[in-house]
Ligand binder design. Structure first.
Ligand code: ATP
Length: 305
């Protein structure tokens, strides 16, 4: 079996005169957790909708599981699960009724739906299937059930569009544990998120901005590429933090973030910074720190490397 499950070549998607997706190309391997990151309006949902066969490309080629997405959604449908950002579950129906509807979309029999629902609810850690309407459930439980509904037909490729938006840190963690387990079972996960800390869990990520891919690699490689020189943290031993902050800006020594009584600097000129640190050694101590993906994204957006 071919190890590539998604192939996108020079994909362009226009809405009227507006280019929502602007000539992007990438491939995703089976079993990968592939993260799509970008601010609102970057083109993430539009790309997912195209990969699911809901939207047609304006130009370019999109193959999913070897099938051209414009050819036949019927061929594609059994292989993909899609948990969309907006519609997830019917709030006025019970959990079982929602699962019945989700299953009937894939022509699963009633007994099959029951069996898969029970398996999946055990997988997502819900021992008692709630009896009331979905509206009465917590946000986190709803998201877990929405995930179960989107994979009821056991697809090999799962699209998750901001699955953890607006949920608690505990739910986010539980959700990502499930994502990792699905990937370990050989499923491919294509996930969008605004949370850079979540992106760390992806095998590879794409950083998107205004329809274009700014960067694509593993989190580790992206950090190496954008930060051959690691950021530094200044811990203050004097009360001159504010003055030093102004000086760092005035001398353009790098982008500075304030974290309580510490400053974090993405240095632009190593020699100039070292001379500055030497001059102010009674004010602060310096140590190198790991860049975050937020740091990478900021640098990628400004075009700096
Ligand atoms: P978000 O996180 O807000 O969902 P996104 O990265 O998923 O952002 P998209 O929803 O793909 O972004 O939207 C990309 C751009 O395309 C936006 O400017 C959006 O307004 C526009 N857009 C999306 N769908 C349509 C449509 N059906 N008609 C016109 N413009 C659209």
């Amino acid at each position: 079996m071919n190890n590539t499950i998604i192939q996108v070549q020079n994909l362009v998607i226009m809405f009227g005169d507006f280019k929502a997706v602007n000539d992007i190309s990438f491939e995703v391997s089976r079993g990968e957790i592939f993260g799509f990151l970008g601010a609102n309006g970057a083109g993430k949902t539009t790309t997912i909708r195209t990969l699911c066969g809901i939207l047609n490309p304006t130009s370019g080629k999109v193959l999913v599981n070897g099938v051209d997405v414009t050819a036949s959604t019927a061929v594609l449908k059994p292989h993909i699960g899609y948990m969309s950002q907006k519609f997830t579950l019917y709030p006025d129906l019970t959990v079982w009724e929602n699962m019945d509807i989700a299953g009937s979309l894939y022509e699963l029999s009633r007994p099959k739906i029951r069996k898969r629902t029970e398996e999946l609810f055990s997988f997502i850690g819900l021992t008692n299937i709630p009896g009331g309407t979905v509206r009465q459930l917590s946000g986190g439980t709803k998201q877990m059930i929405a995930l179960a509904a989107s994979i009821l037909h056991n697809p090999e490729l799962i699209f998750l569009d901001e699955p953890t938006a607006g949920t608690s840190p505990k739910t986010r963690q539980a959700f990502w544990n499930l994502i990792r387990q699905l990937s370990a079972q050989g499923k491919t996960i294509f996930v969008t998120t605004h949370y850079m800390d979540e992106a760390e869990y992806c095998h590879r990520i794409v950083l998107m901005e205004r329809g274009r891919i700014l960067a694509m690699d593993t989190p580790h490689n992206l950090k190496q590429t954008y930060f051959p020189q690691k950021p530094v943290e200044l811990a203050f031993t004097s009360d001159r933090q504010q003055i030093i902050l102004q000086e760092l800006h005035r001398l353009s020594l790098g982008n500075v973030g304030v974290f309580g009584n510490k400053l974090r600097v993405n240095i632009t000129d190593k020699n100039a910074f070292e001379a500055f640190a030497q001059q102010h050694q009674t004010d602060f101590t310096v140590r190198s720190v790991e860049p975050t993906l937020d740091d990478v994204f900021l640098k990628a957006i400004t075009g700096a490397k």
